[in-house]
Design a binder for this molecule. Structure first.
Ligand code: PLP
Length: 350
């Protein structure tokens, strides 16, 4: 039986035309398309500056560097997040301080941060799966806030912190295969990223990296950004269909991630939280038999406090989510028959 994959990019004929124009132009490295992508983001986010780079992780590194993080600095991170956060902090010589998340929307818990890590120099705030993390509550004088918008492109997030970063990896809201971007309202962070991303033929010598992206990737992302509203509409419609089909399960003790209800939100994932681990694992088997691939968004061993060798007692919410959360396919490349198959599987859930 052919399986419905958990994720799949939607590349349209017009995306291909746009990329083909770059391929035939004679200029495929960073150039006019990258500059156009940066302008597009500044417009999308309502003014500021943008610097496109090779990945979301590179963008995170540049954002932290741009807000002044260096050797020995402590940076708070939600523990229920991918290890890109640790990599960016550690590559700068900083120390990551994991913080537990909230039960309802899976975002970093400002109360826990206040009790356990109030002295950090910066916080990476991931807007988990498209929801909005509480940026205002995390702000303090002398503390920088970097918004990780890799899962929330097209939503209301990105202007509340000192910098924001995005990813164009294959499974994200829009994709160039790989890619990332740093944005800030004041332009200082984006400008320092621009200085760092290219080392060739510079007047002064300082250690820099090659974090450039290509005009090929930028053209693909730009083409997809042109239909961001349609992407949001389709994702929201699929989410609404799942929610309806899951009503029996929701009455029987399952729950959905909250925080994606408002009109402005771009749902990145459809997450169900099972009453216990056994029921979650049985759902995965049943969906597998029905031809639907699911994933555990973050496994226990991936929780950032576990990677750091910190004992799990202080992270009860993230530990529970690792055991009970499951992610279903949610992307515009799903056709109506596939959505119906997933809805049928949801109706059988109890
Ligand atoms: C994907 C992702 C990243 C890393 O982006 P890459 O482009 O894969 O390097 C960082 N943070 C979050 C929340 C992500 O979803």
């Amino acid at each position: 039986m052919t399986q419905i994959p958990h994720n799949k990019p939607l590349i349209t004929a017009s995306d291909r035309v746009r990329v083909d124009a770059v391929l035939t132009s004679g200029w495929i490295a960073e150039g006019a398309q990258v500059a156009a992508l940066e302008r597009e983001f500044v417009q999308l986010l309502g003014g500021g500056a943008a610097c496109a780079v090779s990945s979301g992780t590179a963008a995170l590194f540049l954002a932290l560097r741009g807000v002044g993080i260096g050797a020995g600095d402590r940076v708070a991170v939600p523990t229920y997040a991918c290890s890109a956060l640790l990599n960016a902090v550690h590559m700068l010589g900083g120390r990551a301080v994991p913080v537990d998340v909230r039960e309802d929307d899976f975002n970093i818990d400002p109360g826990v941060l206040g009790r356990t890590a109030d002295d950090v120099k910066a916080v990476i705030v991931v807007h988990c799966f498209g929801t909005s993390a509480p940026v205002a509550e995390l702000r303090r004088p002398g503390r920088a806030v970097v918004e990780d918008c890799c899962q929330s492109l097209g939503g209301p997030q990105g202007r509340a912190g000192d910098a924001a970063i995005f990813s164009f990896y294959a499974t994200k809201i829009v994709t160039g295969g790989q890619g990332g971007l740093v944005f800030d309202r004041n332009a200082t962070v984006a400008e320092s990223g621009r200085d760092y991303r290219e080392f060739d033929v510079r007047r002064d010598y300082q250690p820099r990296f090659n974090f450039q992206t290509t005009d090929i990737a930028a053209a693909m992302v730009l083409s997809q950004l042109g239909r961001l509203d349609a992407i949001k509409e389709r994702r929201r419609a699929i989410r609404a269909a799942y929610r309806e089909a899951a009503s029996g399960a929701l009455a029987a003790g399952w729950r959905m991630q909250s925080g994606l209800e408002g009109d402005g939100y771009m749902p990145y994932r459809f997450i169900l939280v099972a009453p216990d681990r056994g029921r979650r694992d049985r759902l995965r088997e049943a969906f597998g038999s029905a031809g639907v691939r699911t994933i555990v968004p973050i496994e226990r061993f991936e929780l950032l406090h576990r990677y750091l060798g910190i004992s799990p007692e202080a992270f009860p919410v993230a530990e529970r989510l690792a055991d009970t959360a499951v992610s279903l396919p949610l992307y515009p490349a799903l056709d109506d028959a596939e959505v119906a198959t997933i809805c049928n599987a949801l109706r059988r859930l109890s």
